[in-house]
Design a protein around this ligand. Structure first.
Ligand code: EPZ
Length: 443
């Protein structure tokens, strides 16, 4: 198993290009099940979750031709065998986003069997809203041996009003599932309380290019007029707003000037606004005719100011940046309050940051972060993707050496993280855990 070895205290300078978004790419890839024609996706990040989705699609009869380019991968998907509609537990348990195949399979093939994803490190993650939404479109759903078995009576779903509001707001992948499924339903579907995340807009744009009739994506009400069939298309995946936010935190905590290229600033206003309140400047260099692919420079001259953050569905502050901002606030000059309203248990990084000298008091879904003068390097454990990114941010500013164990979590969502950071001056390297067996054991 690999670890990251990070020597803190280096200033960063230069420029980082943001990769295509993992969370946009996964449902886009699943949507290839909706057409018999080739679907070409470019700017797809080369990550383990993407490889798992490619493997799953392979089992579902999709041939994927992968070409490496300067900007991620271009993947051409084509369905060659539509007889196999079982997403098995062996793959689903490695990646919850496998649930995104449920809607497309059901809509196109009339039936689907998708293993029910279990819990995960960031808390309970039910899929009841996905299932209720598909039932509203006429699907018959049962649970067999841990699998969701869904069938569309007479082979086709029927458009209907669907309400996707849950106890924590809407659901992103649930919206992607219902949206994709409704494109081939008979009649009109209205999704009320739809997720407004930019990844949903990216999906709707691609589906429309395939011949779907979707209006209102990006708002809480999406209207879909079902069509009889969808064609192929070429689509460039939107840049990753969470990767961009993570590098903004890296620049801010090290007091560096760092430029980000291909940055989806238009989808990041809550994060950049929060940085502004913390005394960190995000200057736009060039919008390149597309504010979703801007160039900007992050800089900080004074101390980091404390703030209050509450995670919320888009356009509120994203839960996927909570751990990284918490790491940054560990070095602020006061008390900050962070409340997690999407995944109330998503605080596994608190104990690890505390090992580095952070002062964080957690009570339920709220954490109070009292800024300290410095963090110190320590052996720590990556627990989930974004918690691990938070540890990297803290380590970049800490005095001494931090060894982050289990970096396979980071590899799920950050392409070439160590190359990108060392390219702008950070001291970070990947090593075999064996080399640090003693530190790993002391955890
Ligand atoms: C997506 O997960 C992202 N994953 C997550 O990113 C992200 O944290 C999350 O949205 C919230 O923004 C992908 O896009 C692949 P939800 P998703 O359904 O869609 C509850 C990362 O680090 N809920 O919007 O699965 C749920 O428990 C990952 O990249 C129900 O109650 O999240 C949560 O409290 C982690 N019933 C809230 O809704 C349901 O049927 C939002 O979850 C579905 C969800």
């Amino acid at each position: 198993m690999d670890v990251f070895v990070i020597e803190g205290g280096r200033r960063l300078s230069g420029s980082i290009r943001i990769h295509g978004s993992k969370n946009a790419a996964l449902p886009l890839m699943a949507a290839c099940l909706l057409t018999d024609e080739p679907m070409i996706l470019s700017d797809v990040p080369n990550l383990s979750d993407i490889r798992n989705m490619t493997r799953l699609l392979g089992e579902l009869g999709v041939h994927s031709g992968i070409e490496d380019t300067d900007h991620g991968q271009t993947i051409t998907h084509r369905v060659t065998d539509a007889t196999q509609s079982h997403a098995r537990y062996e793959i689903v348990r490695t990646m919850r986003a496998s649930i995104s195949t449920l809607g497309p399979l059901l809509a196109k093939r009339g039936s689907a069997r998708v293993s029910l994803p279990g819990g995960c490190a960031i808390g309970q993650r039910p899929v009841d809203l996905h299932l209720r939404g598909l039932e509203a479109l006429g699907a018959k759903i049962t649970l067999e041996g841990g699998d969701i078995e869904a069938t569309a009576p007479n082979g086709r779903l029927i458009g209907a009003p669907v309400f996707l509001g849950g106890p924590f707001g809407s659901t992103v992948l649930g919206t992607a599932n219902i949206l994709s499924a409704a494109t081939l339903a008979r009649g009109t579907t209205i999704i009320e309380s739809a997720a407004c995340e930019p990844e949903i807009v990216d999906l709707a744009n691609m589906l429309n290019a395939m011949g779907a009739k979707i209006r209102g994506a990006g708002s809480p009400r999406i209207t879909i007029e079902g069509v009889d069939e969808l064609g192929g298309t070429s689509h460039r995946v939107m840049p990753d707003r969470i990767e961009a936010g993570t590098y903004m935190c890296a620049a801010a905590i090290t007091g560096s000037d760092l430029t980000l290229e291909n940055c989806p600033l238009d989808a990041m206003m809550s994060a950049t606004d929060t940085l502004g309140h913390m005394g960190i400047d995000v200057e736009v260099n060039d919008r390149n005719g597309d504010p979703m692919r801007s160039s900007c420079t992050i800089s900080r001259s004074g101390e980091i100011k404390p703030v209050q953050i509450t995670t919320q569905p888009h356009p509120g502050f994203p839960t996927d940046l909570q751990a990284q901002f918490m790491a940054l606030l560990c070095l602020s000059n006061g008390n900050s309050v962070i409340t997690e309203k999407i995944f109330p248990e998503r605080f596994l990084h608190v104990a690890e940051l505390s090992r580095m000298g952070a002062q964080i008091h957690r009570q339920g879904a709220t954490a109070v972060v009292t800024g300290v003068k410095e963090l110190t390097g320590a052996p720590v454990m990556a627990s989930d993707l974004r918690a691990s990114a938070g540890l990297v941010i803290a380590a970049l500013a800490a005095r001494g050496t931090t060894i982050i164990n289990r970096v396979y979590h980071i590899d799920r969502g950050y392409e070439q993280l160590e190359e990108k950071l060392s390219g702008v001056g950070a001291s970070i390297r990947r090593a075999d855990a064996e080399e640090f067996a003693d530190s790993a054991m002391s955890i």
